[in-house]
Design a protein around this ligand. Structure first.
Ligand SMILES: [Fe+2]
Length: 293
């Protein structure tokens, strides 16, 4: 393979479908290099009809960044510690195999923003996808920055936000964390502080980093300013012009950069089987918008 063929799935080009077999690309260093380059410009990449086992999924992930081992032991793969499951399936003892088993929708957010050092790379691989519902949406946060009024840009650029897990816990359904001890540990996490605007190291483009599920205030603004500005940032982040909606099929592998995107998911049918496999990985600040140096 000499080049990787892609098709844009949104007019701005922030989402592309990659027409390639991941197993073949992994054996072609030139194609892998091309893919990494493309990802800097198109932070959502979708590969359809892939067939990867768990070690291959981790191996593919590690081309893009150091794969994290999840702290969520309750939804971890029993075979591969870097993989967590989202699933409606159950083990013999009645426990759900993975998280988000209830099927509720998940509102706009960015992963791990409540962590002091978020890992912003994410891959979600659908091995068994419900036929109805469960569409996934991404919103381009470079575009969100561009949409903001100039006075708001001036007010927030260079400032630090306070990101708190307790806000997410209160907003999202409690089934997200059924294990009370784990929930209490998460709720006692210290606040994380990140820039509310991130800059891409190659293109210089700015991205809004305002996760409505965790961002509680922007330091240096008055309470009145925060009250006015935060809802505006959250609404702009999900502006329909910035959104791509994806109908997920079995075998879809979706890779995205949480440093410059929001994502959400529709409600799902819980009586239909679902098994999604997720890896999370740490991106290089030399190549991506990351909320810490
Ligand atoms: Fe997420």
């Amino acid at each position: 393979m000499s080049s990787v063929s892609t098709t844009p799935l949104h007019p701005s080009g922030f989402v592309v479908q990659v027409h390639a077999s991941i197993m073949e690309v992994m054996n072609d260093p030139a194609a892998m290099a091309e893919l990494k380059q493309q990802w800097m410009h198109s932070p959502v990449m979708i590969f359809r009809r892939q067939s990867l086992d768990e070690p291959d999924l981790v191996r593919f992930t590690e081309y893009f960044g150091r794969c994290e081992t999840s702290g969520r032991k309750d939804i971890q793969s029993p075979y591969q510690e870097q993989i967590i499951y989202f699933s409606t399936l159950k083990y013999n003892d009645g426990r759900f195999v993975g998280g988000f088993a209830g099927g509720e929708d998940v509102d706009w957010h960015s992963d791990q923003t409540f962590q002091v050092r978020p890992a912003t790379g994410a891959i979600l691989y659908g091995t068994e996808v419900p036929r109805d519902g469960g569409d996934i949406y991404w919103a381009d946060q470079f575009g969100a920055w561009d949409l903001l009024p100039e006075d708001v840009k001036t007010l927030i650029d260079g400032r630090t936000g306070v990101y708190r897990y307790a806000k997410r816990y209160a907003m999202m359904n409690a089934t997200e964390l059924r294990d009370k001890a784990k929930a209490n540990a998460m709720l006692s996490l210290p606040d994380a502080r990140h820039p509310v605007v991130l800059t891409h190291p190659h293109t210089g483009r700015k991205a809004l980093y305002a996760d409505q599920t965790t961002l509680v205030e922007i330091e240096g603004l008055t309470p009145e300013q925060n009250e006015r500005i935060l809802p505006l940032l959250f609404a702009t982040g999900g502006d329909p012009s910035l959104v791509y909606r994806h109908k997920v099929h079995n075998g879809d592998l979706m890779m995205w950069d949480n440093g410059c995107l929001l994502h959400r998911r529709d409600v799902m049918k819980i009586e239909q089987p679902r098994l999604m496999k997720r890896t999370t990985f740490r991106l290089s600040p030399a190549e991506h918008c990351v909320p810490h140096a």
